[in-house]
Design a protein around this ligand. Sequence first.
Ligand SMILES: *[C@@H]1O[C@H](CO)[C@@H](O)[C@H](O)[C@H]1NC(C)=O
Ligand SMILES: *[C@@H]1O[C@H](CO)[C@@H](O)[C@H](O)[C@H]1NC(C)=O
Ligand SMILES: *[C@@H]1O[C@H](CO)[C@@H](O)[C@H](O)[C@H]1NC(C)=O
Ligand SMILES: *[C@@H]1O[C@H](CO)[C@@H](O)[C@H](O)[C@H]1NC(C)=O
Ligand SMILES: *[C@@H]1O[C@H](CO)[C@@H](O)[C@H](O)[C@H]1NC(C)=O
Ligand SMILES: *[C@@H]1O[C@H](CO)[C@@H](O)[C@H](O)[C@H]1NC(C)=O
Ligand SMILES: *[C@@H]1O[C@H](CO)[C@@H](O)[C@H](O)[C@H]1NC(C)=O
Length: 279
Amino acid sequence: MESAILAKCLLLGLVILWIQIHGNKGCFETERLALLDFKEFVGSNGLDVDYLLSSWVDNSTSDCCKWERVMCNSTTGHVTELSLNNTRQYDIESISFYDDENIGFKRLEELDISENRFNRNILLSLDAITSLKTLKFSYNDMEGSFPIQELSKLKNLESLDVSGNGFNSTLPFQELSTFKSLEILNLMGNEFTGSIPEYMWTPPSLKVLYLYHNKLNGSLPNQSLCGLKGLQELDLGYNEFGGSLPQCLDNLTSLTFLYLSGNQLTGHIPSSWPANLKF
Ligand SMILES: *[C@@H]1O[C@H](CO)[C@@H](O)[C@H](O)[C@H]1NC(C)=O
Ligand SMILES: *[C@@H]1O[C@H](CO)[C@@H](O)[C@H](O)[C@H]1NC(C)=O
Ligand SMILES: *[C@@H]1O[C@H](CO)[C@@H](O)[C@H](O)[C@H]1NC(C)=O
Ligand SMILES: *[C@@H]1O[C@H](CO)[C@@H](O)[C@H](O)[C@H]1NC(C)=O
Ligand SMILES: *[C@@H]1O[C@H](CO)[C@@H](O)[C@H](O)[C@H]1NC(C)=O
Ligand SMILES: *[C@@H]1O[C@H](CO)[C@@H](O)[C@H](O)[C@H]1NC(C)=O
Ligand SMILES: *[C@@H]1O[C@H](CO)[C@@H](O)[C@H](O)[C@H]1NC(C)=O
């Protein structure tokens, strides 16, 4: 009898404690503060943040999971998706370095920071978000070499989009193959140079590879591309590839999209290939 009452009291206590921790807010305090910190950073670059992120208010009763551009997992209450794309709205020179060493989200899975004017330094603050699966930073002001060091800890990446920047180095093919879960790699619209090596390099799980509109050259490797058995979409268009088409492409049985225009490739397409393939 007494132990039943005790159990009820304990249960009530736990419920009250749970409500105090996140019941009335719905979002975690650390994540709420990290979002406000990001808003302040964007504002410090001269942008009208109250217009851009008007629901992001510094009010402890405001549930950050209900803010615009924020998605939480309804079970855990953690922020899992952030759409911080196109926060510049009007033209500014560049959004300068976000120097928060820890962006503060431990369960973030999708981050979109495309269409801003971020330079590559923003990537340094993503280091600790090892839960990231999707990362988009297309159409920013990034240049120089592929940011392999900045991304090296994000081993759970499934989709990476760096299109429309000014990267102008060779590609770190070997390092890229350490991203074992990578399925989508979009490098379109940069100035990457060099050739695709003959040895096996890409992540084994790769399904989509977009290299469209870069400055890649040399002939297409006979072996390594064809080792990507799961490849569904391959866009090599508008580069400087030459030489003959590797006949082993015939072995990529999952391929539904292939774009090769804008190169100096020769050779024939196997007649057995499906008609929906685009060249
Ligand atoms: C905080 O938000 C609540 C509910 O959204 C509102 O009623 C309250 O006035 C706000 N407090 C401040 C200080 O803005
Ligand atoms: C929310 O998180 C739980 C626990 O980590 C997970 O099992 C569930 O799949 C997540 N829900 C969504 C919609 O991602
Ligand atoms: C951000 O990207 C999403 C998905 O592509 C899009 O629906 C949304 O309109 C974009 N937001 C802004 C402000 O451009
Ligand atoms: C790459 O771009 C940077 C910055 O624009 C420039 O300084 C550098 O010379 C370029 N490197 C090459 C190899 O073109
Ligand atoms: C590819 O381009 C580089 C310069 O970016 C050049 O040094 C190299 O010789 C070219 N290779 C081929 C095979 O054309
Ligand atoms: C691929 O094989 C063809 C024919 O065997 C050869 O002419 C070509 O040089 C090879 N390409 C490479 C990149 O090794
Ligand atoms: C293509 O597949 C055939 C049959 O599985 C195999 O014998 C051949 O070695 C493969 N070619 C390449 C270049 O992988």
